[in-house]
Design a protein around this ligand. Structure first.
Ligand SMILES: *Cc1c(COP(=O)(O)O)cnc(C)c1O
Length: 490
């Protein structure tokens, strides 16, 4: 049996496993200790810091060809990477819209990587857990058990998958076989002018084109104007288009406004349109006792995109799409491949999870959501959402009391849009002043905000989506904004 011949020493096989596990054990424990200190002391560090040139330079080094002891590799990580993060785990990080992560989730990502499972499918525990987390998301949204769903990289992918299902379902032709060229009447999707940019990318990627997504004006509360939406739909029908899908936003990225989901569900039913809810920000309000009423209509949607890496604070990345009609969901993506056939028993006897999205190989993103939910229980996550909304309301009241500050949009949930005002400057000067305040807050390590323009008005934007933020952090933001405003515009 020549094939079973033991290799001679000179041709011994290599492996990536360490030569000595006890060395690696010691170093790994140190990494965990350092990580715990890092999180424990996050409040003591600046909210942001500039990377020195020497550090930046290290990221331009060429491909390493020979080995380096892991201790030294880790030293580079602790010196050059860990001190210069995006910063969203900091209690005074309020830019854009992210979660602030959590240590249990980080441990889960580690354990998931240790197991190294591929969640493309199969009969193994991680695949069952992935399905379980989707089922928990359905439960949180009040979706029936018969609905379908899948975990994806984030909200952008969740929205893309939902819009793909909606397109295929409403096209009136066999899109999968014949493509969009076979569509007789061009499809129209509708959303408010506050819709997230990922929807534009989605309709473009779906071959429908940016013009197929009609942006409908919003009212003073930044919610889609239902009368204008009705008018747009009938105008399109009269012009020979095929109105297919309403995209409601539960929590817009600019101001956190929530479209009237009940009214949109009524309209979708009346006009026979697919109702998709982009709930990347607000869908999880459904678990928050004091604020769930704001998204009560979400249970009537055909599909929902939600983002556990935002208000559940899972480490990046994890998003989720739910689709009420399970066969429409699977029908949009399922393919049977000779190399991925199910077997009556064994590993390949499980559910092929790759049939619910675009990826074949899928990472094990369920564990970080699963472990944190088990540890804290969903009710605590609901209370944390209420807490952020109460904090945003507190910040709003501080701004309202301060003559040098003004709100630029109504605070709906946890996003506050405001600016520093000064009688002596015009609009251009005011924008420059506020930008400068924002940059100084960041460069001095005080707080990280972003800016935006709402209905033509430039403003600073504070998104309190952070389980580490306290009231005193918001007090500090106001004090420092006033200090910088006075310094820049004496
Ligand atoms: C964040 C966000 C998205 C995109 O989600 P990602 O997780 O960043 O891909 C889409 N829509 C809204 C309303 C969002 O806030």
């Amino acid at each position: 049996m020549d094939v079973l011949r033991k290799p001679a020493f000179s041709e011994a096989e290599e492996t990536l496993d360490p030569f000595d596990w006890s060395d690696v054990r010691k170093l790994s424990h140190r990494m965990v200790d350092d990580s715990i200190d890092y999180l424990r002391d996050v409040r003591e560090r600046p909210a942001w810091r500039k990377m020195p040139f020497e550090v930046k330079e290290t990221f331009e080094r060429p491909l390493p060809r020979s080995p380096m002891p892991l201790d030294e590799v880790y030293r580079q990580v602790s010196d050059n990477l860990m001190p210069y993060p995006m910063g969203n785990i900091h209690p005074r990080f309020w830019s854009w819209y992210m979660g602030s992560s959590n240590f249990t989730g980080a441990l889960a990502d580690f354990l998931a990587a240790v197991q190294g499972s591929n969640l493309g499918g199969g009969n193994h525990a991680a695949a069952l857990m992935d399905v379980q987390v989707v089922n928990w998301c359905k439960e949180m949204m009040g979706f029936p058990a018969s609905a379908s769903g899948t975990l994806v990289s984030g909200g952008s992918m969740a929205n893309l998958l939902a819009l793909t299902v909606a397109r295929n379902f409403k096209a009136g032709v066999n899109i999968r076989e014949d493509g969009i060229g076979a569509i007789e009447r061009p499809l129209r999707f509708y959303a408010s002018d506050q819709v997230h940019s990922c929807h534009r990318k989605a309709v473009e990627a779906l071959g429908l084109g940016n013009k197929s997504l009609r942006r409908v004006p919003t009212d003073a509360e930044l919610r889609i104007d239902i009368a204008a939406l009705r008018a747009a739909i009938s105008e399109d029908r009269a012009a020979g288009f095929n109105p297919a899908c309403l995209i409601a936003t539960a929590g817009t990225v600019n101001t956190g406004s929530i479209d009237d989901l009940e009214a949109l569900a009524d309209l979708a039913a009346e006009e026979a349109l697919w109702l998709h809810v982009d709930g990347c920000i607000g869908a999880l309000l459904a678990i928050a006792p004091a604020n769930a009423y704001r998204v009560s209509g979400i249970t009537r949607a055909d599909s929902v995109a939600l983002d556990p890496h935002k208000w559940l604070h899972a480490p990046f990345e994890v998003g989720c799409v739910l689709v009420r009609d399970a066969s429409a969901h699977r029908g949009a993506f399922a393919v049977t491949q000779e190399y991925l056939e199910s077997t009556p028993r064994g590993l390949a006897s499980g559910n092929w999870l790759y049939e619910y999205g675009l990826q074949t190989t899928r990472g094990f993103r369920a564990l970080k959501v699963w472990m944190a939910l088990l540890e804290h229980g969903v009710e605590k996550f609901g209370r944390l959402i209420d807490q952020n909304i109460a904090q945003a309301r507190y910040l709003t009241s501080l701004i309202e009391q301060e003559p040098l500050l003004e709100l630029v949009a109504p605070t709906s949930i946890n996003i506050v849009c405001f600016r520093y005002k000064h009688d002596g400057i015009d609009e251009v000067g005011r924008k420059a002043l506020n930008l400068e305040i924002m940059l100084r807050l960041q460069e001095e390590g005080i707080a990280v905000l972003s800016d935006t323009t709402v209905h033509g008005e430039h403003c600073l934007r504070v998104a309190v989506n952070n389980h580490r933020t306290r009231h005193e952090d918001l007090d500090m933001l106001i004090q420092e904004t006033l200090r910088l405003g006075a310094l820049l515009m004496p």
